[in-house]
Design a protein around this ligand. Structure first.
Ligand SMILES: C[S@@+](CC[C@H](N)C(=O)[O-])C[C@H]1O[C@@H](n2cnc3c(N)ncnc32)[C@H](O)[C@@H]1O
Length: 220
């Protein structure tokens, strides 16, 4: 992330926690440390998984920002929040890596059936049934639970190349047949090629394979 080093140096690290996975989920210890600013406000998380550490800085984008700028180039249907809402009426939507939940809140206000999942939820979010604390690598849902997954500026962009097949397999598991995974641009040619090959080999259809564009993957 550009300027990451400078940003990290002014942050405090606190609230170390371990994400507990269900018995049925694969064992993997994930250590999550919240990143806070000088006022104690949580500005992101540091995720440690074995020898891999990734920092995520929260932007808390609302639905308009996401649909107008992050995944709006996918398809005319998704070029605005209202257009997305029309197409997604009655679909089960999960925002994976939802951050502070601004997008989830907006979509819920449009009467969409949406939930947000993140490795770290604020105390307020924990009180609301829309949100669930969980890990994109081991989603706490049965297979076929959702029609649409959103992944905006999240794990597909920041986790290493080697993690991509597992993230795709887990996303496809919880999607119903013909379900859609929408990923904001990942700006990484190699990763995009890995995604394209994975889709060719795993009954999934990738609509375009340009690293600077959002990706739309349909489960066959
Ligand atoms: C850069 S923020 C983007 C948040 C939001 N999608 C947006 O566009 O404003 C990335 C989010 O992914 C979450 N995250 C990172 N690793 C995750 C994982 N393995 N499972 C679920 N969420 C994760 C972080 O906590 C953070 O909230």
């Amino acid at each position: 992330m550009p300027g990451r080093r400078a940003l990290v140096s002014i942050l405090n690290f606190e609230n170390t926690s371990f994400v507990k996975l269900n018995q049925s989920q694969k064992k993997s210890e994930v250590k999550v440390v919240t990143l806070t600013d000088n006022t104690g406000k949580v500005t992101g998380i540091r995720v440690n998984r074995g020898d891999q550490t990734v920092d995520y800085h929260r932007m808390n984008r609302n639905a308009a920002e996401i649909f107008n700028h992050k995944i709006g180039d996918l398809h005319d249907f998704f070029s605005s929040v209202d257009a997305f809402a029309l197409v997604m009426k009655n679909k089960r939507i999960l925002d994976v890596g939802c951050g502070g939940g601004a997008c989830v809140k907006d979509l819920a206000e449009l009467d969409l059936n949406v939930r947000g999942l993140d490795l770290h939820l604020t105390a307020d979010m924990k009180k609301k049934s829309h949100y669930i604390e969980g890990d994109a690598f081991h989603l706490p849902f049965r297979k076929g639970s959702f029609d649409t997954l959103l992944s905006v500026w999240s794990v597909f962009k920041y986790e290493p190349l080697a993690a991509i097949p597992q993230l795709l397999a887990e996303s496809m598991r919880v999607l119903a047949p013909k379900g859609t995974l929408l990923i904001s641009p990942i700006f990484d040619l190699e990763k995009t090629q890995v995604i394209r090959r994975w889709c060719e080999q795993n009954q999934a259809h990738l609509f375009q394979a340009m690293p600077s564009k959002a990706l739309q993957i349909i489960k066959r």
